[in-house]
Design a protein around this ligand. Structure first.
Ligand code: ADP
Ligand code: MG
Length: 410
């Protein structure tokens, strides 16, 4: 069986016109000989009637002490509503379809409410429907644990649902349909010059997603990479364009030969960060250890961590700032903090072959008088902490500097 998984994000399921586009994409794929499985997210964005955030606030506004279990139960309804509506839309247009919850589609989760991992996927019912020439429309973002309790998979979870189904069904391809025409050189909401990247490696997308490009969830990319699932990102309104995510060895032109020349493929960013600087009079290793342990126990993720004998620096999301402050005060550790910071990351698999990328980044930002407060790197990325007010200028400067508006992205 030639199987194609098509995932439609929140903005692609909202109106009858959008659902008409889903019908067209499904029909085209069927005409090409594919058996199609559809995965859907909840309809719309915050404020829309059945969006995940709306369902969540509906429950929490009046009953702020709602259990995580019940919160997951209500949040999982957004995708179920979408699945029913999309299956009805397809059936009404002559494509027999059946809505399935995540659990009915075979998603077994680990019991962690709100951030569950999928431990197994047994898509027997999905296969049965395909064999009967029906299109399964699966509610993304959810599964059930061994006790039958509903768990959600965290933000961006429907991407993960689609890729796991793709792997479990040994699908030819997974198509992620969203409101942009592919993975772009930067967030088009911030930079209008951003362009669609035609081909990109799993590693680069993972790093872009991990550094804040929310177009695809990093966990979905990880699953795709581990299982060699071919993923394409595109817009249902513009199906001719899109980004193909592949292994480095499958890049057109044979891996490194063309790619080696491109140091940077894309730019990602995070906003609303706070930098903490801890300055000690003398080394205090046990206190330092306790500080990091307690921050971890408080469930706070820290990033851009630099540790010197008398100085430590790290950043946290601003919603976690007060927790960290409380810990530092309790431990009587002197600190300063800087709010309203942003992190910009340049990502490119070619970077590790090209010396001097860091120097180019620093020079480009210096020329624009953008202060770099801290840096971090991986083998395919360089991250820079800057003032949030400099974010647009920094992204534009780096985008121009690395010729992302006009270099060959194929
Ligand atoms: P969906 O609901 O379809 O999952 P998301 O809102 O999660 O859609 O992701 C799409 C959004 O990701 C785009 O509207 C865009 O603003 C944002 N985005 C951030 N970085 C990028 C990037 N590098 N390429 C494309 N989109 C990006
Ligand atoms: Mg998304």
């Amino acid at each position: 069986m030639k199987i194609l998984v098509q995932k439609f994000g929140g903005t692609s399921v909202t109106t009858p016109e959008k659902r008409e586009l889903i019908y067209r994409r499904v029909k085209e794929a069927m005409e090409e000989g594919f058996k199609v499985v559809v995965v859907v997210s909840a309809m719309g964005r915050k404020g829309d009637p059945y969006a995940t955030d709306t369902l969540k606030s509906l429950a929490l506004q009046e009953y702020s002490d709602l259990s995580l279990r019940d919160l997951d139960l209500i949040m999982s309804c957004g995708e179920v509503i979408s699945a029913v509506v999309v299956a009805a839309a397809l059936s009404a247009r002559g494509i027999p379809s059946r809505a399935l919850t995540g659990s009915q589609a075979g998603f077994l989760t680990d019991g962690h409410y709100s951030e569950a991992e999928v431990v197994d996927c047994q898509p027997g019912r999905v296969i049965e429907l395909l064999q009967h020439n029906e299109v399964p429309v699966v509610a993304g973002f959810q599964g059930a644990d061994p006790l039958g309790e509903i768990n959600t998979l965290g933000r961006g979870g429907s991407d993960t649902t689609a890729v796991i189904l793709g792997a479990a069904l040994e699908a030819d391809k997974v198509e992620i349909y969203t409101d942009v025409s592919g993975i772009m050189t930067a967030d088009p909401l911030i930079l209008k010059e951003a362009r669609v990247i035609q081909q990109i490696t799993y590693g680069e997308v993972f790093q872009l997603a991990h550094e804040g490009a929310k177009v695809i969830h990093p966990r979905a990319v990880e699953v795709a990479m581990r299982n060699n699932v071919c993923v394409v990102v595109r817009n249902p309104e513009d199906p001719g364009t899109g980004t193909l995510i592949t292994a480095e060895s499958s890049l057109r032109g044979g891996g490194y030969s063309t790619r080696g020349r491109r140091a940077v493929t894309g730019i990602a960013h995070y906003t609303n960060l706070v930098q903490f600087l801890v300055k000690l009079e003398q080394p205090a290793p046990s206190k330092e250890l306790e500080m990091f342990q307690r921050i971890g126990e408080a469930g706070v993720n820290i990033d851009l961590i630099s540790v010197f004998p008398l100085m430590k620096a790290f950043i946290v999301k601003d919603e976690h700032c007060f927790k960290v402050e409380n810990i530092l005060k309790e431990l009587e550790i002197p600190y300063t903090m800087e709010k309203d910071c942003a992190k910009v990351s340049v990502v490119g698999v070619g970077m590790h072959n090209i010396p001097g990328v860091m120097a180019r980044v620093v020079r480009a930002l210096n020329e624009q008088e953008i202060e770099i407060k801290q840096t971090g790197d991986s083998n395919i990325s360089i991250s820079l902490l800057i003032k949030q007010q400099d974010l647009h200028k920094a992204i534009k400067t780096l985008h121009d500097h690395f010729y992302l508006s006009n270099c060959d992205l194929s």
